[in-house]
Design a protein. Structure first.
Length: 75
């Protein structure tokens, strides 16, 4: 009976350690993905501000840029 209880405790301990390792790795990956998403959001905001200023200062250049990025007609 003591051997069964000790085996069960050992299995529970190994499972706890495995869960902590998996949760730590998953947490790190999720944190990394959120950090990259935050960086992309910042870059998108900066690009939007630059494009907005470009439309006010040089509308023709903004139109050319929009046509190039929108994938206009190809020859």
């Amino acid at each position: 009976m003591f051997r069964t209880a000790a085996t069960l405790a050992l299995v529970a301990l190994v499972a706890l350690v495995a869960i902590r390792i998996v949760a730590g790795v998953a947490g790190g990956i999720i944190g990394l993905m959120l950090g990259v998403a935050w960086l992309f959001l910042k870059l998108l905001i900066v690009a939007a501000v630059v494009y907005f200023v470009l439309t006010i200062v040089a509308p023709d250049t903004a139109r050319k840029l929009r046509e190039r990025l929108s994938g206009g007609p190809t020859l």
